[in-house]
Design a protein around this ligand. Structure first.
Ligand code: SAH
Ligand code: SF4
Ligand code: F3S
Length: 469
């Protein structure tokens, strides 16, 4: 695999200089920004970088988004539905722009990186000031500066992708946050657009990840989620090679009381070594998001997933044997891949029964232009697929309820993340396995780890009680 390519410090400096020039121009105008973020955590984190650059340009986060001076859409194209929402929401801004020509509008992210999509959007919505792709993120202040001076800007480069270190980040939470460990994807699952819009897989240097983790811990963060499309293949492009397990151990060894999460794990690269590492590292959450997508081997092959249902189950059994009831498994499932039959779909239901996931993220297959699956015969109607989906959801609901019941009387170390919904005096906490427990408690507990005993499993949350030490 190729060594990752880094954006040069000179280019980062040029971008920061542009941010500074904008700031010098706008500093006393009290301008504000609003970011509409779609898609996965990768995008959410990119939006935090955009926010960081906006703040460097002297803009503040808008309290009221209808009054923002700059609105930017960070788009997703994983399924058709995500795209339609974006077009609708951009279109809705035309009237506002007519009323207030000073309003600036930007569109960026995965959708813009699709073939011709950026150019077409730029043409279709002449009131949009800035359009850029995922490869341009670090150049945003340069593009913004041009647009601020009245020059509409469009920049989408088709390339393998680089790594930009040193961008400012304005984080949405003060205790739970993300850090990238890899960018891009090389797996080319036949249904998926991500490898086309996020470029080739590349790993950040372990020292950069560690330095960021250290800083986050020093800043009081209690939960750090390591992000990558396939975290298990972290480091394959680094010399000397650093494996994901090694990286996890190094972060686990950092001093402090914090929790490490990661996503997404790809079953084809998930090793027993990684599961051992999870079991042995106390700061690593016992949560495995391990998408199987489907339980039928013919369909898995057509999806180019690189494992069989049996291999997947072997991993699950090994992980359960190592981590016991502490482990929580979640997964993504696609229903109605082109050519999938109802009989084949039954294998997905069987796998769902055997895995015993705490929850599933389920999607009806959505054809993505440019992917191999979009050219495959897809004879089953959407209505029929929706019926299969209902069957899957009913089954998983029953399994989730059973899983919740297993926890009655158990005590979990939980991270208290905010107000609860069960009552005014409730706070909500998340277990290692990402289960939500609500218990009666003071708001001052928010942002801390607490031991909570499960009193009553409800459908989606557990009701618990604070254990006094
Ligand atoms: N890298 C992750 C997935 C990122 S995309 C992984 O491989 O697990 C998140 C999920 O969206 C995928 O797991 C898949 O279930 C779903 N997905 C991706 N492309 C899709 C498509 N064309 N139609 C429906 N669901 C899709
Ligand atoms: Fe898409 Fe597959 Fe890559 Fe996940 S591993 S991002 S599903 S191509
Ligand atoms: Fe994520 Fe959507 Fe892009 S799922 S990587 S934001 S296409």
């Amino acid at each position: 695999m190729k060594e990752p390519v880094f954006v040069s410090p000179a280019e980062i400096a040029a971008s920061k200089a542009a941010a500074k020039r904008v700031k010098d121009e706008v500093y006393d105008l009290g301008l504000t920004y609003h970011i509409e973020s779609y898609g996965c955590q990768m995008n959410e984190h990119d939006s935090e970088k955009i926010a960081g650059m906006m703040e460097e340009m002297g803009y503040a986060k808008a309290e009221d988004k209808s009054k923002a001076d700059f609105i930017i859409f960070n788009t997703c194209c994983i399924r058709e539905h995500a795209e339609q929402r974006v077009y609708g929401n951009i279109g809705a801004l035309k009237k506002r722009k007519d009323e207030n020509p000073q309003l600036m509008i930007g569109v960026c992210g995965c959708m813009m990186q699709q073939k011709d999509a950026g150019r077409q959007l730029f043409k279709r919505f002449p009131f949009v000031d800035i359009v850029f792709g995922t490869n341009e993120l670090y150049r945003f202040p340069l593009l913004f500066e041009e647009a601020y001076h009245g020059e509409r800007t469009l920049q989408v480069r088709d390339m393998d992708g680089e790594i930009a270190e040193g961008l400012p980040v304005c984080r949405n939470s003060t205790f739970s946050t993300f850090t990238n460990i890899t960018y891009g994807c090389n797996n080319f699952c036949t249904y998926c657009i991500v490898p086309y819009v996020r470029g080739r897989e590349r790993s950040r240097q372990a020292c950069d990840v560690l330095a960021e983790a250290k800083q986050l811990i020093a800043d009081g963060y209690k939960e750090i989620t390591l992000l990558g499309q396939n975290v298990n293949s972290y480091g394959k492009d680094l010399t000397p090679r650093v494996t994901f397990s090694q990286l996890l151990r190094q972060i686990n060894d950092l001093p402090g009381d914090f929790r490490i999460r990661f996503m997404t794990s790809h079953p084809k690269d998930c090793t027993k070594e990684l599961l051992d590492t999870m079991a042995e590292c106390p700061k690593v959450a016992k949560h495995l998001h391990l998408p199987f997508q489907c339980g039928n081997d013919r369909v898995l092959k057509a999806m180019n997933r690189g494992y069989t249902a049996e291999q997947y189950l072997e991993l699950v059994h090994y992980a359960k044997a190592k981590m016991g009831s502490a482990l929580s498994i979640t997964s993504d499932v696609i229903v109605g891949f082109p050519g999938e039959t109802y009989e084949e779909f039954q294998d997905t239901l069987s796998l769902v029964k055997e895995v015993g996931a705490t929850s599933l993220f389920t999607f009806i297959y959505s054809p993505r232009q440019g992917t191999p699956a979009a050219k495959m015969d897809d004879p089953v109607s959407h209505k029929e697929k929706a019926r299969w989906m209902a069957e899957l959801l009913a089954l998983q609901e029953q399994i989730s309820a059973e899983q919740m019941q297993l926890h009655r009387g158990e005590t979990f170390k939980c991270f208290v993340s905010g107000k609860g919904k069960l009552g005014d005096n409730y706070v909500a906490a998340r277990t290692d396995g990402n289960l939500i427990i609500e218990f009666e408690g003071d708001d001052s507990l928010i942002g801390s780890f607490q031991n909570v005993k499960v009193i009553e499993p409800l459908t989606y949350v557990l009701r618990g009680e604070l254990e006094r030490n």
